[in-house]
Structures are given as structure tokens and as C-alpha cells.
Design a protein around this ligand. Sequence first.
Ligand code: AMP
Length: 111
Amino acid sequence: MDDCIFCKIIKGEIPSKKVYEDEEMIVIHDVAPGAPCHVLLLPKKHMQNIVTADMEIVKHVMSKVGEIAKIMGVDESGFRVVINTGVDGGQSVEHLHFHLLGGKMLGWPPC
Ligand code: AMP
């Protein structure tokens, strides 16, 4: 997608702080972190949201969550994975992504 900021990051056209990459996904630091650990798991394939996503890719991303949590040092202390979806869900970038947050006691519920 030409006008998608995450597609541009994936293509290297916009700089990012990358912590992981494989054939299906990259993981970058969120530019406006909401917690000491706040990274974004981005499928390389452009998909608008979890409703319309290719579930094989979602499965792959989910299978990497524990590994990413270890890389970020939050696998033992705990963390949260969030998929904001649509207007009410607060999704601001229409390229499916998974927030992985941790490094402090997170509040709940987030509303
Ligand atoms: P959401 O609101 O769930 O769509 O999340 C989008 C996230 O992308 C927000 O947490 C933003 O801070 C983050 N974000 C936007 N632009 C960039 C960027 N260039 N690099 C890293 N994170 C970004």
C-alpha cells in the first residue's frame, strides 16, 4: 500500500528501531511508547485489521510472541498483547499490528 506508514517502515523507506525480523513480520519500537516496553509486531503483508486478516500469518505472529517477549526481557515479569481494531478500538494505523506492552504493572481495564 503506497500510503501506508507501516508498509513504508517495512520497506525501509521510513526509519524504525527494529528488534526482530523474519520472512513474515518485523518488530519495531513504538515511536510513542505507552510503557517501558512497547513494541509493534507488524506483518509484512498489508492487511487492514484482524477481521480481514490472513489467519496463517496471524498464527505465525502469535507463535513469535513469547520469543519477542524474551528479547524484550518481559517474558517472566509479564506483558500484554493488544490489537486495536477500528474506530471504537482506537486503531490509528490501518495496517494490522500487535502492540506488546510491559515493563511495568499495566492498568486494567484500558477505558
Ligand atoms: P494503533 O493506535 O493501535 O493503530 O497503533 C498505532 C501505533 O503506531 C501507535 O502506538 C503509534 O505510536 C505508532 N506509530 C505511528 N507511527 C509510527 C512510526 N513511524 N514508528 C513507530 N511507531 C509508530
